[in-house]
Ligand binder design. Structure first.
Ligand code: ADP
Length: 346
């Protein structure tokens, strides 16, 4: 097999698990065969895809050559910027502003808030994308009624984001066969996937990229802060958790990694009885305000626990689009507060 034969064969080899070839994905940078020694240089984005492609090539061609040397081209791709969030990389130069939404614990309504804030921004005329980075509980597709969509590529080999309710949407959930398939990923793999979603998705120019972060204070939050200049952090909590260490840790982590804080959203804050209109502060009142004061960040708003929010969200009908005017106003008012609290590039 000479250089030309190997080059043709490599370009027609399928990427493991995909219907596209290495040639179509433009992953082969250089091929050289001298005597029976082959050299192949790959243009892969992440270490994981490099190792995947390398072993596919090795198993297809190892018996054809005395030596088969496969390397990864050192590209203009930035290396992962471990350890520095004060001068982060910018994997999303197309986004004028990046808003990261996080929480101390799961189940507080972080994804619901992320989606409705993203849509409320789009309703004001901004170009908005939402990246579901909650790799261990990716709910954004369900909340935006895009959960039956599958990943599609455009002619430039970029992933086409889903679109609904005026926003562009990308989630790891779209890579799994069904929405309840668990992602059994190490955090390093999750981080590579998210970086790919920042770099290889055809987002177009965005005024705002909203990132629905995983809850807590792990690798993924840290890496995102190192890989993106986050313009604003939003913390979502519930009143029963305001005094917990989890939420304090989430706020302190953002502060420690130099993410400017837009503020706090207290979700499921109170209950208004639908029959009588009486308001009940089930978990007391003022907790969110006290927490915001303690960390010197704004309280952006309080959203009640409400059956229509629950039902609409779980049916892919966001309350900021399809809810009552009162429900819409909770999210719209938070967006106004956020725009007041931070200097965004708009
Ligand atoms: P997280 O992202 O924090 O895990 P989700 O946004 O997935 O949380 O919300 C968890 C559940 O709570 C969902 O069933 C959602 O519909 C519901 N939920 C969120 N906010 C509210 C609210 N204000 N009132 C009632 N239910 C809510």
């Amino acid at each position: 097999m000479n250089t030309k034969d190997l080059s043709v064969a490599l370009n027609t080899l399928a990427y493991p698990g995909l219907t596209r070839t290495l040639g179509e994905l433009k992953l082969i940078s250089e091929v050289k065969v001298t005597d029976s020694n082959a050299f192949v240089e790959l243009l892969t984005v992440s270490d994981d895809s490099y190792l995947t492609v390398k072993s596919a090539i090795e198993s297809a061609f190892h018996d054809q050559f005395t030596s088969l040397n496969i390397t990864k081209k050192q590209t203009v791709q930035k290396d992962i910027n471990y350890g520095n969030s004060a001068t982060p990389n910018n994997r999303a130069p197309y986004a004028a502003n990046v808003i990261a939404v996080t929480s101390g614990k799961g189940g507080v309504g972080k994804s619901t808030v992320s989606v409705n804030l993203a849509i409320a921004l789009a309703q004001k005329g901004y170009k908005v994308g939402i990246l579901d980075a909650d790799v261990y509980g990716p709910n954004v597709p369900r909340l935006t009624n895009t959960d039956l969509e599958k990943i599609r590529w455009n002619d430039d080999n970029k992933i086409i984001p889903c679109e609904n309710y005026g926003i562009k949407i990308m989630s790891v959930a779209l890579t799994t066969p069904t929405s309840d398939t668990p992602l059994v990923w190490r955090s390093s793999v999750a981080v590579s996937a998210l970086i790919q979603f920042l770099e290889d998705v055809a987002w177009g120019e965005l005024d705002f990229m909203v990132i629905d972060m995983p809850p807590g204070t792990g690798d993924i939050q840290l890496t995102m802060a190192q890989e993106l200049p986050i313009t604003a952090g939003v913390i979502v909590t519930t009143p029963q958790l305001v005094a917990s260490d989890d939420v304090s840790r989430a706020i302190r982590m953002f502060q420690d990694i130099h993410v400017p804080m837009a503020g706090l959203v207290e979700n499921m804050s109170f209950f208004v009885a639908p029959d009588t209109g009486t308001r009940y502060d089930i978990f007391g009142s003022g907790g969110g305000a006290r927490l915001a004061e303690r960390y010197n960040i704004p309280l952006l708003g309080q959203i009640p626990i409400n059956m229509d929010i629950r039902e609409g969200s779980d049916n892919g009908e966001p309350p900021v689009v399809l809810g009552s005017d009162t429900l819409k106003s909770y999210y719209k008012d938070i967006v106004e507060e956020m725009l007041k609290a931070m200097k965004f590039k708009i």
